[in-house]
Ligand binder design. Sequence first.
Ligand code: AMP
Ligand code: ZN
Length: 161
Amino acid sequence: MPPTRKTTLKTPLKRIYNSASVPQKDCVFCKIVAGILPSYKVYEDSRHLAFLDINPFATGHTLVCPKKHGETLWDMDEHEIADVFKVASKVSMGVVYAMGADGFRIMQNNGEAANQAVAHIHVHVIPSKLEEKGKFSRLKLSEDEMARVADAIKSEIAGLP
Ligand code: AMP
Ligand code: ZN
């Protein structure tokens, strides 16, 4: 029997150091999933939630997370990993169409060394425009703008085949 990907990913030998680790009850994204904290949602299915990043690198910057808590990619099995990236790919179309972008970045940080600030697995979907090529700094949008952007992305995703 060949080893499963889960076995190869979950090595007991080395743990990724993550200063963002908190007990699950204090996890910000679990609270967003549970509706205890607000978010600008753009997509939801039974196992995933996608919402706008509150401190975006570009207008439309979206986070896709599994509803099930886990800190890093190594906490998911191969099907869960495939599924969250499939959702990120679908969400990227809504983000790019709604923002009139020309491309997008996918980013996924694991551990403090990689700048992970929220210890709940999430995939960043960041739209890019040719005229802003090379610019990569945090923005702060108004609540109205965040709501407008989320609505635009949501309706683009809803229109996808
Ligand atoms: P990472 O560095 O990959 O852990 O990214 C965490 C991201 O979560 C950052 O880009 C933050 O701006 C974003 N973030 C933190 N808290 C919230 C929140 N309550 N709602 C939406 N995004 C958040
Ligand atoms: Zn969590």
